[in-house]
Ligand binder design. Structure first.
Ligand SMILES: [Zn+2]
Length: 508
């Protein structure tokens, strides 16, 4: 592999002018393209009409996760499960199916016994639940959100993109394979959670516990949803890109509260409870966590960098080959650029988001208490203890109490972007969607249910991508928004993606 000529030229120019050249340049690090070459595109014949009909039916079960967990439609889940049994007879004849969850069992665990029990298993994850459709957004939908309408070349409805297309892509592929008499060498697990949209405490977390207790030492490969393939999905890259999540940030929410005396508004104290809490929140927002470059970001730019603007390649190379605890000028420049966009900025530090602020019930009553909730998405190492300490120090006010109100999860392991699992995934992506796209690992600033697996030792290599091609970022807005839809033809490729992936996992 040959580094790009221009890039080499820019280093030698820097050297000849005596500019301070970072260590990686001295070592002549190879920054050539890592995009997989020579993969032939394949067409998988699927029963598209039947598959579309089944996905359309799936959307019609309102398996909604409401923030109020008492508002849970058990019938929607029961009916959906029954529908799956009828729609995929061979899957249900061949795989073991368990309905699990704690305290409410509505998640599905399928076990497809492999021919060789000595091989470490693989796991495909997707979630059954969907976010609600707010009443005031219904009139913006071009099709009823739970109708599963098939119109204008699209399948429409809440959950068709997030994430039922993945559940059904997996089941369609498995159904096809079983009909062909195929059996995997390694055991395959399919896990379909019930509450991903509210953090997965009842479903994914419980099933991760169950599998751990059953003595699984290591998964060879875990796949879960993340970004779909979209041109422009990553800020600043207009090309069609398939991003493969290799690490996810953590999650913790803290409640800040002040409890004091209330009283009549005609004789206010110098500081009201609302005023005290507002100052605390302001101080916290001023005390941002410092920026640093995460290992997953280094991997990301090692893969992405050579495909981007040549003029910036020395900077990307500095990031890719940089060392924690050292910060070169080029890395500082990178941080400055990343920090100017709120998406990329979130990749650089533990974020602080003030999401709730509650106090007061009447215009002439001073409230006796005020509360605020702050949601953090931690970088590795920023444990709940570290974050609480940071908050208390920033606020520096003993009148404020700080309490962890979340089922917090730590930042996850980093999956290996050079490993066979990643390669199998990239190969599959190129087989289905061709070579005219960038494939790169990335650091996921949100999180999905696989974080419950990826934060544990038995699942070091969790890769996340939603296996569907969208036309543009405009389509992506349907994710949790209005007019969620996917193209019928692209759904056929989703099925092909899972079908091929099952084959390619044989080579791990
Ligand atoms: Zn989702």
């Amino acid at each position: 592999m040959k580094p790009c000529a221009k890039y080499v030229a820019s280093i030698s120019l820097a050297v000849s002018f005596g500019i301070n050249v970072p260590a990686w340049a001295d070592e002549k690090q190879d920054f050539s393209s890592l995009q997989m070459q020579g993969v032939e595109q394949v067409t998988i014949d699927v029963d598209l009409d039947g598959a579309v009909e089944r996905l359309s039916r799936a959307v019609q079960f309102p398996t909604i996760s409401n923030q109020d967990r008492n508002d849970f439609d058990t019938k929607a889940f029961d009916d959906y499960h029954q529908f799956l049994v009828e729609a995929y007879p061979n899957v249900h004849k061949t795989l073991k199916r368990e309905v699990l969850g704690d305290p409410r069992p509505y998640s599905l665990l399928y076990t497809w016994e492999g021919k060789n029990p000595d091989l470490p298993p693989a796991l495909f994850y997707a979630h059954q639940d969907v976010v609600p459709v707010p009443d005031d957004s219904r009139d913006q939908w071009m099709q009823e959100p739970f109708s599963g309408a098939v119109a204008d070349g699209y399948i429409w409805g809440r959950g068709v993109l997030d994430d039922k297309n993945q559940i059904h892509g997996i089941l369609e592929a498995a159904e096809m394979k079983i009909k062909e008499g195929w059996q995997p060498s390694r055991t395959l697990y399919f896990v379909f959670g019930q509450d991903e949209e509210v953090g997965g405490p009842e479903g994914a977390r419980y099933i991760a516990d169950v599998l751990e207790q059953r003595g699984i030492k290591r998964f060879a490969f875990v796949l879960d949803e993340s970004a779909p393939l979209i041109p422009g999905v990553f800020p600043g890259i207009p090309d069609n890109t398939a991003l493969i999540g290799i690490a996810q940030k953590g999650y913790i929410s803290l409640e800040l509260a002040v409890h004091g005396v209330g009283g009549h508004s005609s004789q206010p104290p110098e500081e009201s409870n609302i005023g005290i809490l507002a100052k605390a929140v302001t101080k916290l927002e001023d005390a941002q966590f410092p920026y640093r470059i995460h290992e997953a970001v280094r991997h990301q730019y090692r893969y992405m960098g050579p495909e981007l603007d040549e003029a910036k390649q020395p900077m990307y190379a500095a990031v890719a080959f940089g060392k924690d605890g050292e910060m070169t000028d080029l890395e500082k420049q990178f941080i400055e650029e990343m920090a100017s966009d709120q998406v990329t900025r979130a990749m650089l530090h533990t974020t602080i988001a003030v999401t709730m602020f509650n106090a007061g019930i009447k215009d002439n009553v001073l409230p006796p208490s005020a509360t605020a909730v702050v949601n953090f998405r931690p970088m590795p190492g920023d444990t709940p203890e570290v974050i609480i300490e940071h908050v208390k120090k920033a606020i520096d006010d003993d009148r404020i109490t700080v309490r962890d109100i979340s089922a917090s999860t730590p930042a996850t392991n980093v999956a290996n972007p050079d490993g066979d699992g990643y390669k199998a995934l990239e190969k599959t992506i190129r087989q289905i969607w061709g070579n005219d796209l960038i494939v790169a690992p990335f650091f996921v600033i949100g999180g999905s249910d696989s974080k419950h697996f990826q934060a544990r030792d038995f699942a070091p290599d969790v890769y996340t991508i939603t296996g569907i091609q969208l036309e543009s970022m405009k389509e992506f807005a349907g994710f949790h928004g209005v007019n969620e839809r996917i193209k019928v033809d692209e759904y056929g490729k989703t099925i092909g993606f899972f079908y091929r992936l099952m084959d390619n996992l044989e080579d791990l």
